[in-house]
Write a protein of this length. Structure first.
Length: 162
């Protein structure tokens, strides 16, 4: 196995591990528990669910894997802070969108050869990529894995102890 194949596998294993761990938290939390703030004055679980679904959905065009499936999510969960939008989508719909976008990403990731992970992402021009080759698809995966891990840690505060 080539070094690039090994590094991509390690990064994908990290991604899939974070998605799986986050899924486990979302499965433990009821719809009512997702309406709670992760800490006083902080985001609610429902907002983090929508936020993560929106970020993952936008990975499709960013990684040049297709169009975003849920263009209605970013204005609610990326452009506006929690509690500023009076009517959020139903939790059941957000849960479904979360699962669907992650299934789509998984399918697309499975089709992407290791070498393609080292090509530019959609937010960098070919000219800039020549100067900064680290601005590649794999870098996006790594940063989004870290982002997911951070929010998974916040969501863990919603799980009832005992």
């Amino acid at each position: 196995m080539e070094h690039t194949d090994i590094f991509v596998k390690m990064a994908l294993d990290g991604w899939y591990g974070q998605v799986k761990a986050t899924n486990a938290i979302f499965e433990k939390l009821t719809d009512e528990e997702l309406m709670n703030e992760v800490a006083p004055g902080r985001n609610r679980g429902i907002y983090l669910l929508g936020h993560l679904a929106a970020v993952h959905d936008l990975m499709l065009p960013l990684l040049r894997l297709g169009e975003a499936m849920y263009p209605e999510l970013p204005p609610i969960f990326l452009d506006a802070p929690d509690k500023s939008i009076p009517q959020l989508p139903p939790v059941a719909r957000l849960r479904e969108q979360w699962h669907t976008v992650n299934e789509k990403l998984s399918a697309e990731f499975g089709r992407l050869p290791a070498a393609e992970w080292f090509t530019r992402h959609n937010n960098v021009s070919p000219e800039d990529f020549e100067k900064e080759p680290h601005r590649n698809r794999l870098n996006v995966l790594l940063t989004r894995t870290s982002h997911l891990s951070n929010h998974r840690g916040q969501l863990a505060f919603l799980i009832k102890k005992g």
